[in-house]
Design a protein around this ligand. Structure first.
Ligand SMILES: [Zn+2]
Length: 261
């Protein structure tokens, strides 16, 4: 008799017998975490969110372009999952681009100081024509280079995937907005330059029992009147004001005296 439970994957033989399954559901986020206690080895985490299944863990990162929720009668249809993996999903940042390839070849020919042989020039011209036939024809021709031509200098004709560039731009945009938002918050919080002292907390000199804050240092003085009608209503102990907080108008001493009279 075996002294430990085995549960072998039918495709790979990987043993999940010691793994624990933790299921988390938060709003639209559904996570199935299959891991051994105290180690990330052989961990596989399935994260379903926003019409995709993201798989992370010890066997790489995979994004399937639809959600797959595990269930008691469920299982993987290998071919279908493979299709959903390729659809709109890649980890390759570059794509072949004929115009880029031709431009690179043109530069090599233009910058030639006479060191290119006739054979190399002829091959480069043919390679340029082959670019229009697509990536595989291009690669085949590129591999068939004259032995004198340094393989490292073979034009790749690669440019960054346009969708990826949009993703980069979107990320930058979000960073820009967060920065703008922080600047906006900074400007709009009144009293933020007032630091904490033994008499009062930071952000104001006092807060009235009506909720209004004051940036008048005299608000804690005896007899100070708030516009709510409360006298001596200000306390130096309060939660910091936010940009939505209400503030008491500063009352001129003259005005206060007349009210006090
Ligand atoms: Zn008040």
């Amino acid at each position: 008799m075996k002294n430990k439970t085995e549960s072998l994957g039918k495709r790979t033989g990987v043993d999940f017998g010691q793994h624990e399954l933790r299921v988390t559901k938060t709003g639209d986020l559904l996570i199935h975490d299959l891991k051994k206690p105290d180690t990330g080895i052989h961990r596989v985490k399935f994260i379903n969110i926003e019409n995709v299944l993201v798989v992370t863990g010890d066997f790489g990162n995979w994004i399937f372009c639809r959600e797959f929720h595990p269930s008691k009668d469920g299982s993987v249809s290998d071919k279908y999952w493979c299709e959903k993996l390729q659809n709109s999903s890649t980890q390759n940042p570059y794509v072949f681009d004929a115009d880029t390839a031709k431009e690179e070849i043109k530069e090599i020919l233009e910058e030639d100081d006479g060191s290119l042989s006739e054979e190399e020039k002829e091959w480069l011209a043919e390679l340029s024509d082959e670019a229009d036939e697509g990536e595989y024809s291009y690669i085949a021709k590129a591999m068939d280079h004259p032995s004198s031509f340094d393989t490292e200098n073979i034009p790749q004709g690669k440019k960054t995937n346009y969708w990826l560039l949009v993703v980069f731009d979107a990320f930058d945009e979000i960073c820009k907005r967060l920065k703008a938002k922080e600047a906006e918050n900074k400007e709009s919080i009144r009293g933020e330059s007032i630091t904490r002292t033994p008499q009062h907390d930071a952000g104001a000199y006092g807060q009235c029992i009506c909720g209004r804050y004051s940036d008048d240092p005299r608000c804690l003085d005896d007899g100070y009147l708030c516009e709510c009608g409360q006298r001596n209503g200000f306390s130096g102990s309060f939660k910091p004001p936010t940009k939505d907080s209400q503030w008491s108008l500063k009352m001129a001493k003259r005005h206060r005296s007349s009210l006090e009279a």
